[in-house]
Each structure stands twice: as structure tokens, then as C-alpha cells.
Write a protein that binds this ligand. Structure first.
Ligand SMILES: CC(C)(COP(=O)(O)OP(=O)(O)OC[C@H]1O[C@@H](n2cnc3c(N)ncnc32)[C@H](O)[C@@H]1OP(=O)(O)O)[C@@H](O)C(=O)NCCC(=O)NCCS
Length: 313
């Protein structure tokens, strides 16, 4: 299994190294370790399809694990397509295998692949798996410099709103309720499901919800916004921050996003984050990603989308 994990890590690096924010010195042993863990999970419950070239080298791989519960709060098959940029036929064969597998399972299914392999995405769509979101990576220092140069304030005074660190005992119920009312299914198939709200409540009850970067926006005493994120070390990008935003309907589209980005990025910078990461299909977030110099990393696909592929290009 070690050899296979090493081969898969090398294959994945071919796509990762094309991204401008890939570290010069990728922590290869750590990356191999992650593949090893994934292969172990697949042996318990999962799916793998490996396509090899004439000389026996891996040219594409579809790996799927079963997560229960998953990031959605429910059971979900979670997959990744790894492809060699110069082996298009093998990539298409792995895509067909992945889509065929997805049709054999009943539970939710979500997967990812490196951004921009249009032919592979089209083949996946023919098999019933559609791109529904794109993930971006940006430099924390570069985005912050842009926001500061635009004189984006670090407060919500001009809207008459206040912002404070999230307080578990005071804000938890309101933040869960806000998610229940503010998200739309087309911008995240799992975000409107009851299981997601149950998981969110659990996550907000954990110890780190008190200490990481979690903020609420209030209109007088009413919670009208929540934004948060943590920082994790990764082998290929260095310290990577996550971003999560939600505003009540009546406060969307009024320009609050840049203030939330500035405050969260400042918190992430204090926490030594090198890059920030997130997935979306939201038009304002796509627009801000371009403005802040973020570069796409992955396509996320599942059984349903509300957008044509070109929307994400
Ligand atoms: C997504 C969200 C965080 C964006 O924050 P926001 O404060 O509503 O966004 P803004 O009003 O600051 O808009 C940002 C930019 O996108 C533009 N924009 C807003 N809505 C847009 C739309 N539907 N299409 C295209 N551009 C849009 C704005 O004009 C603005 O650009 P500009 O300053 O150059 O004019 C917020 O709408 C929200 O919480 N939505 C519900 C929850 C959600 O989907 N969260 C995000 C998950 S990734």
C-alpha cells in the first residue's frame, strides 16, 4: 500500500504543482501519509479505480471513501479524481469509472478534481455527475493588501451594525437559525438539509468554536450575520485558512462581504495563515475571488447542478 500511496501522491502533485500557490518544498511524506489513510479507509468501505499506462505508471485514479457522518452531516460518498495532465484518455476512463460507481450507490455523493479539465468534466456530466462549485486559493497577505488599499473598513458602523466574537451561550441558536433561513439549495446542495444544521450545532458547541475566528454581526440584539474559519497545516499549500460567510437575506447584496473578508483575513494573518481557501457557486463570492487575486484549484461535482459548466470557467 505504501508504494501505491507514493505513486498517487506523485500523480496528484502533477496537477497541484501547476497552481501558482503550490509550495516550493511540498511535504511529500505527509502527502503520502494522507493517501495511505485514504487507501486504508477505502479498504474498509470505498471504491478505487486505477488506470495505468503502457509502462505500468499510474495515469489516472478515482478514489472514493464512505464518510458517515460527512461534512454534510449525513452519510456521503466522497471522491477525488486524480489525473495526469498529459494522459487524457486515461483521465476519461477514470471519469467513466467514477460516474458508473456513483450510479450504484444510493447515498449522497460528492467529489472533486483539479480545476480546468473541461473534457473530463463533460464526460462526468454524461455519466450523471455535474460541476456545482469551484474552490479557490488566494494569498492572505495579497488579499489583505488589496482590501486595505481600497480602504475597506474593519467595522460595520456605516450600516448601523455591530460585530463581536461568537459567543456559544448567547449566539448558537441564532446562528443555526440564520443558516436555516439564509442559504439557497442552488448554492450548496447540502446546506439546506436538516442534517447539516444538526452538525453545525454540534460544531458550534465544540471547544474550538470559542477560540478560532468566529464572528457574529448584530442589528441591535438580532444576529444577522456570521462568519468564521480556522487554519490548518497542509503538505502542499502550507498553513491554509478556511472561510465561511452567511448573511440574513435582507442584508445580502449591500456590500458587507468585503468587511467580513477583511476582518477574517486579519484574524487568519494573526494565526500565520499563508493562503485562504473556499468553495462556492455564489456570484458575489466568484466576483470577489477575482478581485482578491484568488486562483481556482478544484471543481466540485455531484448529482445535481443549477449552472452550466461555463459558469465556472
Ligand atoms: C454570499 C454572501 C456572503 C456575499 O456577501 P454580500 O455582502 O451579499 O456581497 P456584496 O454585496 O458585498 O457583493 C460583493 C460583490 O458581488 C457583487 N454581486 C452581488 N450579488 C451579485 C450577483 N447576484 N451577481 C453578480 N454580482 C453580484 C456586488 O455588486 C459586489 O461587487 P461590487 O462591490 O464590485 O459592486 C452573502 O450574500 C450571503 O451570506 N449569502 C447567503 C449565504 C451564502 O451563500 N454564503 C456563501 C457561501 S460560499
Amino acid at each position: 500500500m505504501n508504494n501505491l500511496a507514493e505513486e498517487l501522491a506523485e500523480l496528484s502533485l502533477l496537477s497541484i504543482r501547476r497552481h501558482p500557490l503550490c509550495l516550493e518544498a511540498v511535504d511529500l511524506p505527509k502527502l503520502v501519509e494522507r493517501f495511505k489513510e485514504s487507501l486504508e479507509r477505502i479498504q474498509t468501505c470505498g471504491f478505487q479505480h486505477i488506470v495505468r499506462g503502457k509502462r505500468g505508471q499510474i495515469e489516472a485514479a478515482a478514489l472514493v471513501t464512505f464518510e458517515e457522518p460527512s461534512f454534510t452531516g449525513a452519510a456521503c460518498w466522497t471522491g477525488r479524481l486524480h489525473i495526469h495532465p498529459d494522459a487524457p484518455e486515461s483521465a476519461l476512463a477514470a471519469a467513466v469509472a467514477l460516474a458508473d460507481f456513483a450510479r450504484t450507490v444510493e447515498q449522497d455523493f460528492d467529489a472533486s478534481m483539479s480545476y480546468g479539465y473541461r473534457d473530463v468534466a463533460i464526460r462526468l456530466a454524461q455519466g450523471g455527475l455535474f460541476v456545482h462549485a469551484v474552490t479557490f486559493l488566494g494569498r492572505v497577505d495579497e488579499a489583505l493588501a488589496k482590501l486595505r488599499a481600497d480602504a475597506i473598513p474593519a467595522d460595520f458602523d456605516r450600516w448601523g451594525l455591530t460585530c463581536a466574537p461568537f459567543c456559544q451561550c448567547e449566539d448558537k441558536d441564532a446562528v443555526v437559525a440564520l443558516h436555516g433561513s439564509a442559504f439557497e439549495e442552488r448554492y450548496g446542495w447540502f446546506l439546506t438539509k436538516p442534517d447539516f444544521l444538526v452538525k453545525l450545532r454540534e460544531d458550534l458547541s465544540k471547544e474550538n468554536a470559542k477560540t478560532e475566528s468566529h464572528f457574529v454581526i448584530k442589528n441591535k440584539r438580532q444576529v444577522v450575520g456570521y462568519f468564521a474559519g480556522g487554519v490548518d497545516p497542509t503538505p502542499q499549500w502550507g498553513r491554509r485558512a478556511g472561510m465561511h460567510f452567511v448573511l440574513a437575506h435582507e442584508w445580502q447584496g449591500k456590500g458587507l462581504s468585503r468587511v467580513m473578508y477583511r476582518m477574517l483575513l486579519e484574524a487568519h494573518a494573526r494565526n500565520d495563515a499563508r493562503v485562504f481557501f473556499g468553495g462556492t457557486s455564489q456570484p458575489p463570492v466568484l466576483k470577489l475571488a477575482r478581485q482578491l487575486g484568488r486562483v481556482p484549484t478544484d471543481w466540485i461535482f455531484g448529482r445535481k447542478t443549477h449552472f452550466p459548466l461555463d459558469y465556472f470557467l
